[in-house]
Design a protein around this ligand. Structure first.
Ligand code: ADP
Length: 486
């Protein structure tokens, strides 16, 4: 029988993970994928920054296992390792108050230095992780993008590092970590290395952390098969498409899952009433409670459309702005929960002011409220300009709320559009990034809601019984891990 340290060790690096901290889909994925990989037989450990906003109930139980200093260019920086085990997964928190003792998570002037520090700390802690046969370093998004670069350039020829293969997963290509060229020498300490110079520069005075990861990692993945194709094309590639084209044979597109235990309308404690695909009646109680919570007319026949997510251009808010007034002429209610760019926050607040009886906007990040909205609504609007995977539409289907999506990236791969001839579907979709296609599709969905309750209920049932668990994805990650270790 295999002992624990003979298992293949995977160090999974992310800047956020549920339940410790979450700002979006990356937090969900890093909180649930490691558990699924563990079931596939890997010894998965997760590394995170010990940022201030991690709740005290976790921080107070972390165990200090090591502290030391390491060089970051000319600096000697402190690194503490704190260990915490939750539901069978061991997490290592990198402790450095200078970089991580902040009110928020992202958006600081020195984010480049913070992420460079975090990426190097990920490599540095490997020898100190007890009883761990580290063979795969799995990094996620630009915050950890330099770890594969440091792994190759700073730790090569050391036995413990030489057998480690690196994988980089792109969750959002929009955030790449572009920095002034002086960062390469002053912070990364790599300016004397010709390969690093060539791979990180995007022009003579700018370097790009993500470009480094895409060049240095042994394999690359992104979070849906469609998006893996799209990013090889200039419209979606955000100026990195040529690297994806060059590395297409090392590029995997694996559709995310969701934590079906956490997002479970049958057991969700945030809801007024619980329900399932076969006992749906609790959903009406959730709808009534939502209308009551937002002081909207309490009428079961008025469809509620929700939007949950970051209020940025990516999420299709320009299309929404174009059609909002026309949409709100219909018999419907619209509730938006999100934070993001000020122009969109103001646009939505303005519309709420013009339509006080039909629209509500909540500019917060509120996990429990999002669950009440997924449960109480009838439809979710997600007309994204691009969408690497998107979890919001999967969560909403799990709660029987039918998504209206632009068919791009992971939205194309996870939502099956209603077919009026066969009755198949789990939502509604349109193709072009065009406001009137969105309006037409939404009006059609509302017409179906009003006129064919039987079809609507069948669609809800189909949506709720889809398999959104990590089981399929974990099997494909297993194939990718086997491939990288060949
Ligand atoms: P992103 O591009 O932001 O990663 P995803 O759809 O992949 O988008 O995941 C977003 C996740 O964050 C979902 O779990 C969604 O419910 C959650 N979320 C986004 N904004 C909010 C908010 N304002 N309040 C609560 N949850 C939110």
């Amino acid at each position: 029988m295999a002992t624990k340290n003979e298992k293949i060790g995977v160090l999974f690096a992310s800047f956020e993970a549920m339940p410790f901290l979450k700002t979006g889909g990356l937090g969900d994925v890093a909180g649930s994928l490691p558990k699924a990989l563990k079931k596939e037989g890997y010894d998965v450990r997760v590394v995170l920054p010990k940022v201030s906003c991690i709740p005290d109930k976790y921080k107070s139980k972390m165990k200090h296992i090591k502290d030391f200093y390491f060089p970051l260019s000319w600096r000697s920086v402190y690194c503490g390792i704190e260990e915490y085990t939750l539901k069978g997964i061991t997490y290592y928190f990198i402790d450095n108050e200078y970089y991580f003792r902040r009110d928020g998570i992202y958006g600081y002037f020195d984010d480049g230095e913070r992420m460079a520090y975090f990426s190097k700390a990920i490599c540095e802690i490997i020898p100190y992780i007890p009883n761990f046969n580290c063979r795969i370093l799995h990094c996620n998004d630009w915050h950890t993008a330099l770890a594969p670069v440091f792994l190759r350039e700073c730790y090569r020829n050391q036995p413990i590092y030489d057998r480690i293969r690196s994988i980089f997963t792109v969750h959002n290509i929009k955030f790449q970590g572009q920095m002034s060229d002086y960062v390469l020498g002053d912070i990364l300490g790599l300016s004397q290395i010709p390969a690093a110079n060539a791979q990180l520069h995007i022009n003579h005075d700018t370097i790009n952390f993500m470009k480094g990861a895409l060049s240095y990692s042994d394999l690359i993945s992104t979070v849906s098969p469609s998006y893996a194709q799209e990013i090889q094309n200039p419209f979606y590639g955000e100026h990195l498409e040529r690297i994806f084209q060059r590395r297409w044979s090392s590029l995997w597109g694996i559709l995310n899952g969701i934590d079906t235990e956490f997002f479970n309308p049958e057991k969700d404690k945030a809801l007024t009433a619980n329900y399932s695909a076969d006992y749906i009646s609790g959903k009406s109680a959730c709808k009534k409670a939502l209308q009551n919570e937002f002081c909207l007319e309490e009428d079961e026949d008025i469809p509620i459309i929700i939007m949950v997510g970051r209020l940025t251009q990516q999420k299709g808010l320009d299309l929404v702005a174009c059609i909002l007034d026309e949409l709100l002429n219909e018999r419907m209610q619209l509730i938006v929960l999100g934070t993001g760019d000020q122009e969109y926050e103001w646009m939505l607040k303005n519309a709420e002011y013009r339509h006080p009886d039909k629209m509500r906007v909540c500019l917060n990040f509120d996990e429990a409220l999002s669950h009440r909205m997924y449960a109480g609504a009838d439809m979710l609007l997600m007309p994204s300009l691009f969408e690497p995977c998107g979890l919001t539409q999967m969560i909403s289907m799990r709660y029987g709320t039918l998504p209206i999506v632009r068919q791009t990236g992971g939205l194309r791969d996870s939502v099956s559009c209603y077919n009026e001839y066969t009755g198949e579907g789990t939502g509604f979709g349109f193709n072009n990034y065009n406001a009137h296609e969105l309006l037409y599709t939404t009006k059609n969905a509302m017409a179906l809601y009003h006129s064919h309750k039987d079809i609507w209920e069948a669609l809800m049932h189909q949506a709720m019984t889809q398999d959104f668990s990590w089981d399929n994805a974990a099997k494909t990650y297993d194939d990718m891990y086997k491939e990288v270790l060949k």
